[in-house]
Design a protein around this ligand. Structure first.
Ligand SMILES: [Zn+2]
Length: 531
């Protein structure tokens, strides 16, 4: 048998100690079958072998975004992108000219800072839309939204509600909803009555998005939800074409889940297609700092942030114990320091050999004492460095103001975790931030966006170029329990490969962020080729 494909490159960072210096990689039936040099490659080649010569480009293991929401994100990013809106006037102008979907105005990516000191309130925007236009505007953190009166009416929301999990329909003192909906249970009331596009349209949109991700160098992603009908969509894509990224999908387990729900989540594990599988379960310990729903050791400046998403955090612990007993890997969203502590405490209570099955997502502010426990316990960290771009180094933004200087200085402690020996997977959390891994890799080193003169956020937390690359390769593989199958360039591993024109380990990060991506391969299939 001869390889399907041979890839040649003058520089190959295998990230595999056993194969430090190679310039040729053979791929067959989705796996790397051999590594060597140009002379080896001539021996491997047979009839039907395609050779891709990357010349001076640099080949690395295929990049994997450790936290992404491709299908759910398409739902979350339906409508007008408000990321460029700076203030209330800008918001009103953008809404006034926005297109509608079946009569609804949908928008997303709105920065809390736009409201300044004012509470998020529909009265600030309703007059530009008129009283009868249902509008649903998602804040950039994905955990809260602003709905107009017409949208509230469509969902039958007339006042405060009680939920099985922490979530709020914010009301004025007289009991009238302000339109601010905090956390999923509250947002879902409106989201469930909003118009959505037909499945075939969403299938093609997901496929196009994944191709765009592949063009930036992504070979895979850890998908932190099974929303947006993603299982139906990936099946529909694979019915007639390759899935451009290998998707590892973790469905949600929300507060109130029954024993039967947990069993069902366990049974779903390992369900798979050619380039996707269900792997792990995603839980939420808390919400977001900006929404006042992160679980903090001390309240924020508004007296908020004192509670978990679970009305009783002990129930979270019971659920993780049960999932672990089923052998399920968990990934828990925990942003506040008390939230992270509770997850670590929960995992510390599991059998020693099971702890490495679990990971914590986001970790936005954390003191050293808890940070050290990741490596001690073998718990994996998964972080999204570019989220800190929503904060400012001078602490005048909404996130920092809520936390105060001391906690704002402990922002996204990537370097502390790496130096302590923890696994640190990196990602974008698209659509919360851009999915392009080049930008995230650069940001992780610069603590600001590449090419910008914004002062860096907590620059002492910058990663080295190697640590950043490992976050998308070897450490992403460890966090998913797939280190023996992917994340490096070595025989027997999945043929996930990415090539960059500039070397991610030596190029200045500002330049690397816009470097060309000549090749991306996911499971042996070329998903992006510019050579
Ligand atoms: Zn997320």
């Amino acid at each position: 048998m001869s390889p399907d494909t041979i890839v040649l490159a003058r520089t190959v960072h295998t990230l595999d100690a056993a194969h430090p210096a190679v310039t040729a990689v053979a791929v067959e039936a989705g796996l790397i079958t051999a590594v060597g040099d140009a002379a080896d490659a001539r021996d491997w080649a047979g009839p039907g072998t395609e050779t891709i010569d990357l010349g001076d480009a640099v080949l690395v293991p295929g990049l994997v975004d450790g936290h992404s929401h491709p299908a759910f994100g398409l739902e979350l990013s339906e409508g007008v992108d408000l990321s460029d809106v700076q203030d209330l006037d800008g918001l009103r102008a953008a809404l006034a000219r926005a297109e509608r979907l079946d009569g609804w105005l949908l928008a997303w990516n709105l920065d809390h800072n736009v409201f300044g000191d004012r509470p998020v309130h529909r009265a600030l925007i309703e007059d530009v839309l008129g009283p009868d236009v249902p509008a649903f505007i998602r804040l950039y953190d994905g955990h809260s939204a602003l709905a107009t009166g017409a949208a509230l009416r469509a969902a039958g929301i007339t006042g405060a509600r009680r939920f099985a999990q922490r979530a709020t329909v914010v009301c004025d003192p007289d009991g009238t909803p302000t339109g601010h909906l905090i956390e999923f249970a509250a947002m879902d009331l409106v989201a469930s009555v909003m118009p959505s596009r037909p499945l075939a349209e969403r299938r093609d949109a997901l496929h196009a998005l994944l191709l765009d991700m592949a063009a930036g160098g992504l070979a895979g992603a850890h998908v932190m939800d099974a929303g947006g009908d993603i299982l139906d969509l990936v099946r529909a894509i694979e019915a007639d074409r390759p899935l451009p990224l290998r998707l590892r999908i973790a469905p949600w387990c929300m507060p109130g889940a029954s024993a039967a729900d947990l069993r069902r989540l366990a049974d779903l594990q390992g369900e798979s297609g050619r380039n996707w599988l269900v792997g792990g379960v995603k839980l939420f310990m808390d919400g977001t700092v900006e929404g006042g729903s992160a679980w903090l050791e001390r309240p924020d400046c508004h007296g908020e942030g004192t509670a978990a998403l679970w009305l009783d955090p002990a129930e979270y612990t019971d659920v993780v114990r049960q999932l672990d007993a089923y052998g399920v890997r968990t990934a828990t969203h925990a942003i506040g320091d008390a939230g992270v502590r509770h997850v670590l405490d929960t995992i510390a209570g599991l059998p020693y050999t099971a702890r490495g099955r679990h990971r914590i997502e986001h970790i936005e502010t954390l003191g050293d004492e808890q940070a050290m426990r990741f490596a001690e316990l073998g718990v994996h960290a998964s972080m999204q460095p570019t989220h800190s771009a929503y904060t400012r180094a001078d602490h005048t933004d909404a996130w920092s103001t809520r936390l105060g200087v001391e906690r704002a200085e402990r922002a996204w402690i990537c370097r502390t975790l790496r130096d302590s020996g923890a696994t640190l997977a990196l990602g974008s959390d698209w659509p919360i931030a851009h999915h392009d891994p080049r930008g995230v890799l650069a940001y992780a080193q610069l603590r600001r966006h590449a090419g910008s003169d914004t002062p860096p956020v907590a620059p002492q937390q910058a990663l080295t170029p190697l640590m950043a690359l490992e976050g998308y390769t070897t450490h992403a593989a460890r966090a998913a329990g797939e280190f023996d199958r992917t994340g490096r360039i070595a025989p027997g591993l999945r043929a996930d490969l990415t090539a960059f024109a500039l070397d991610p380990l030596t190029a200045p990060a500002d330049e690397f962020a816009t470097t060309a991506v000549p090749l991306t391969m996911s499971g042996g299939v070329v998903t992006n080729r510019q050579v």
